[in-house]
Design a protein around this ligand. Structure first.
Ligand code: FES
Length: 57
């Protein structure tokens, strides 16, 4: 499922980046992807996915 439609970033990609690169917050994610820099509608959902990923680890 796409989280960021503007840049085509999926939930799977977010989880993968979080696990492989140790990203645990939106700031870290935005340093390596353009997520949220267009309309910003995806930020809340991306944050939630990151939180769930961190809790699950
Ligand atoms: Fe992510 Fe628009 S959906 S910036």
């Amino acid at each position: 499922m796409f989280v960021c439609l503007c840049y085509g970033i999926s939930d799977k990609k977010i989880v993968k980046l979080a696990q492989q690169q140790g990203i645990f917050d939106i700031r870290g994610l935005r340093q390596i992807t353009p997520l949220g820099s267009q309309c910003g509608k995806c930020i809340r959902q991306a944050r939630q996915i990151l939180e769930e990923t961190v809790v699950a680890q």
